[in-house]
Design a protein around this ligand. Structure first.
Ligand SMILES: [Zn+2]
Length: 540
């Protein structure tokens, strides 16, 4: 049941008093709010610097050191602005909302013209001051967002800077808010008042009762958090890789369809079986997941040996482990390959978990001998037949939050346009990377049969192929297509609840947990042993 309890803090006497002192109290509270966090020095200097801006701009030149200091102060100010330790002014209207039908604890709500305060009485410091302009900009009512497209019907710049709060009312769904000095065209018709609903989910996120991680965003980390990730070598993938029936996969709302998506997330690799030997099967499979990422090779492409091939893949030779299209930015994420014929001798497909190796090496990249893997940019280029693409990538890429990607594609490397760089320091650690991904125990080898289709994550799993005997009779013909990361992740963000978590286990996946787990494997010992060969000072 819904219950709405007025707090006793705002007694009748206090509110009468507050009424009388309203103007004064309000001004005090507001001043305190706006000046909080800015240093005394800044406040004292302000009028002076304003004058300077107007009349003597040349005197505003400041040293780099001062600029750094100013930036630091500004950062402090803006951090404080996100968590203003504001006292709720006495005249604020307030209530405590309790919904006994939900698991959410009581929420204290108070508001003045300038701020909407929400507070979790259960946590210390759990108070946030939400600003009317930001709230107004988030309104999702049918007048603010087109009901069919979901697109905004107004521009953020239409919001008056001095927009205020008129009233806040709790409902089961959220807080109903009306504004003072709202966008003029929204208040022209007085018979239709503009009311915004701030959902409880947003209140919970503001109060950190709910984190961003509880929402599945079309971001890889957000999706993997739900599905989990399994790093693999020859043995582990052989035990766990699945071959899912094509007809089941194609069925509407089938679990088999989501199993394919989940396995791409978890292993970066999955097969379909019983695929019709039809040139259009590749399109049907790929578009069942998302729209195709067309490239200059076409909407789909054929992998078979041909004379004067424009790509080394279209020959019959050995093709070492690599990733496709690293000269594109970003390279496509998902590759789909449907086997039409594979009756030649040889031509086995090869796969290796590049991310496993990248993550195993990641902790060692701070070492002088290993750092070129994370520093040296390898050029990738395609320049034939009127096309010219170029990009450069580090073998192991990361950012402040850790490992992000491996990039390895020796056959498609470009030239150093100006060969002044010294790549000697890079070669040895790159040899270690190469030896790890190409280790016999790392590679999953599979001679694809007609009717089979492999789907793999080109940004995680490296692929290659053994040479085949094109002259000795038989044929080898694969048809392929790509999906871009954003299109795949948009789909993967919709893996039904429960299904995504089914294989993962209790704990949500997190990169730090993955790194920790990898450290405890025999793979880690092998990596240490190999690094010691070029870096004997490394301790276990
Ligand atoms: Zn609205």
């Amino acid at each position: 049941m819904l219950s709405l309890a007025r707090t006793s803090r705002a007694t009748a006497a206090a509110s009468a008093k507050a009424q009388a002192a309203k103007a004064v109290a309000y001004r005090t509270a507001y001043t305190a709010a706006t000046t909080y966090g800015s240093s005394r020095r800044q406040r004292q200097q302000k009028p002076e610097s304003e004058t300077e801006t107007k009349y003597r701009p040349q005197q505003r030149r400041i040293s780099a050191k001062e600029a750094g200091l100013q930036q630091q102060q500004q950062q402090q100010t803006s951090a404080a602005r996100y968590w203003p330790k504001l006292e709720i002014p006495r005249e604020a209207k307030r209530f405590t909302f309790i919904d006994e039908t939900s698991k959410r604890g009581p929420t204290k709500v108070a508001w003045t013209d300038r701020f909407l305060f929400v507070e979790d009485p259960a946590t210390e410091n759990g108070r946030r001051a939400l600003k009317p302009a930001t709230l107004r900009d988030s309104c999702a009512c049918p007048r603010c967002r087109d009901t069919s497209s979901g697109q905004k019907t107004y521009s953020s710049v239409e919001i008056p800077v001095d927009i205020g709060l008129q009233n806040v009312k709790p409902t089961k769904k959220g807080l109903e808010i009306t504004f003072l000095r709202d966008i003029p065209r929204f208040v022209e018709d007085e018979s239709k008042p503009h009311v915004m609903l701030l959902p409880w989910d947003s209140v919970d996120m503001s109060l950190k009762r709910k984190g961003m991680e509880d929402v599945t965003l079309p971001r890889q980390r957000s999706v993997l958090r739900r599905t989990g990730v399994v790093y693999w070598d020859r043995e582990t993938i052989a035990q766990q890789v699945r071959r899912i029936d094509y007809a089941e996969f194609m069925k509407d709302d089938s679990e088999a369809f989501w199993d394919v998506i989940i396995d791409i997330c978890r292993f970066g690799l999955v097969y379909l079986k019983n695929v019709p030997r039809d040139e259009d099967s590749i399109v049907r499979i790929t578009t069942r997941i998302a729209n195709i990422r067309e490239t200059f090779y076409g909407r789909t492409f054929d992998v078979r040996a041909k004379p004067n091939a424009e790509n080394v893949a279209y020959t019959s030779g050995f093709l070492g482990l690599h990733q496709d299209l690293l000269y594109l930015d970003p390279p496509p994420m998902i590759q789909v390959l449907h086997c039409m014929d594979n009756s030649c001798a040889g031509g086995e497909s090869l796969f290796s978990d590049g991310e496993r190796v990248g993550r195993l090496l990641w902790p060692f990249l701070t070492r002088h001998r290993m750092s070129p893997l994370a520093e040296h940019h390898v050029p990738y280029q395609y320049g034939k037949n009127g096309f010219h693409y170029f990009s450069s990538r580090r073998v192991i890429d990361g950012n402040d939050s850790g490992f992000t990607n491996v990039f390895w594609s020796p056959p498609f490397q470009g030239r150093y346009l100006s060969p002044v760089k010294d790549i000697r320091r890079w070669i040895e650690p790159a040899q270690i990377f190469s030896s790890l991904i190409n280790d016999r125990d790392a590679i999953h080898e599979q001679k694809m049969e007609p009717g089979e289709c492999v789907l793999f994550d080109n940004l995680r799993v490296l692929h290659g192929r053994n040479a085949f005997d094109a002259a000795g009779g038989g044929a080898r013909w694969l048809r392929g297509a790509y999906i871009a990361a954003e299109d795949f992740l948009s789909r993967a963000a919709h893996i039904p609840k429960g299904l995504a978590e089914k294989y993962r286990g209790e704990r949500p996946w997190a990169p730090a947990l993955a790194q920790k787990a990898l450290r405890e494997t025999a793979w880690h010992e092998d990596v240490v042993r190999r690094i010691k060969e070029i870096d004997p000072a490394l301790e276990d």
